[in-house]
Design a protein around this ligand. Structure first.
Ligand code: 5GP
Length: 202
């Protein structure tokens, strides 16, 4: 059995990563890691599905107990990947998606050098701003904070292995691009170093 791939997908607010991830999950080939966060749920978000919504005290306890694979503070709230769930999925051989920002992505890469880091971007900063205002889920302050954060995040672009553009209305194409990356990675020789042994053992 091939080991499950650890896929990190980052994207600034408005990159459409939720929609693109939904396409990936529909293939049945990935498990989505549900993060813990101290931010309040947005309308329509469901506890245990979008996030585990927990208090700051709970979050601090989990860090202290080594329960987070990675974590960060983003725009005033904490976000982290519950370690036990992620490890269980990987041990089962399934492909795991972490939808996390760049600080967490770097922590994952240093713990799991085999992880694949993908950055999903809107076609331009201007398009991102239009999308964020259009979705109307954040106040003006939050929009400006997230746009400022994007400028910071893009300074870390070298942390990533791949970049995928999510053009307007082309989220399916972006998901297909990611599936192509996954397929190529599964065939990479470094993930198949025992191929000769298996070839002759048959
Ligand atoms: P949002 O509040 O828009 O749901 O998420 C804000 C940012 O936090 C996004 O960039 C999202 O990818 C990131 N994020 C969500 N969960 C995690 C996590 O578990 N760890 C890290 N490092 N970032 C996360």
């Amino acid at each position: 059995m091939q080991k499950g791939l650890l896929l990190v997908i980052s994207g600034p607010a408005g990159s459409g990563k939720g929609t693109v991830n939904a396409h990936l999950l529909k293939t049945g080939r990935f498990v989505y890691s549900v993060s813990a966060t101290t931010r309040a749920p947005r309308p329509g978000e469901v506890d245990g599905v979008n996030y585990h919504y927990i208090t700051r005290e709970d979050f601090a306890d989990r860090i202290a107990n080594g329960g987070m694979l990675e974590y960060t503070e983003y725009c005033g709230n904490f976000y982290g990947t519950p370690k036990k769930e992620a490890e269980e999925v990987l041990a089962s051989g399934k492909n795991l998606i972490l939808e996390i920002e760049v600080e967490g992505a770097k922590q994952v890469k240093s713990k799991f050098p085999d992880a694949i880091l993908i950055l999903l971007l809107p076609p331009s900063f201007r398009a991102q701003e239009t999308r964020l205002r259009g979705r109307g889920t954040e106040t003006e302050d939050k929009i400006l904070e997230r746009l400022a954060r994007t400028r910071e995040e893009l300074k870390e672009i070298d942390a990533y292995d791949y970049v995928v553009l999510n053009e307007d209305g082309e989220d399916l194409t972006a998901a297909e691009d990611i599936l192509a990356i996954v397929r190529a990675e599964q065939h990479h020789l470094r993930r198949n170093s025992d191929v000769a042994t298996r070839y002759f053992a048959d």
